[in-house]
Design a protein. Structure first.
Length: 114
């Protein structure tokens, strides 16, 4: 319940412009992720807010967490997925996959649900 409230409050305020790779991709740079994390902090990241808002506005899409390769990238991607779930995104609406086009970023991508 608290996480849903946090997500609602975080998304209700206007978000700064997100760093976008494409209209359906939102980049979370390592520099932003390296700061101490909390639910409030993760929900306030511009790219996370923009990705979740876009996901909420779209029908029939899911959020895909594209992480860099290797163990560190896999851990980063899994942590991002876990934070999104903690903030109220249903696990069934998320996918985790290696293949970020950048070694220094996780990319949140909207994809049509299959």
């Amino acid at each position: 319940m608290f996480s849903m409230l946090l997500l609602t409050l975080a998304l209700a305020t206007p978000a700064p412009v997100a760093i976008e790779a494409k209209a359906d991709e939102f980049v979370v740079p390592a520099d932003d992720w390296a700061r101490p994390r909390s639910g409030e902090r993760v929900a306030a990241l511009p790219s996370v807010r923009a990705a979740v808002n876009a996901w909420l506005d779209a029908d029939g899409v899911r959020l895909v967490v594209l992480h860099p390769g290797g163990e560190t990238g896999a851990l980063w991607g899994a942590e991002m997925r876990d934070w999104l779930v903690a903030l109220g995104v249903a696990p069934t609406e998320l996918a985790l996959r290696a293949g970020s086009p950048r070694d220094d970023a996780v990319v949140l991508r909207l994809e049509r649900a299959r």
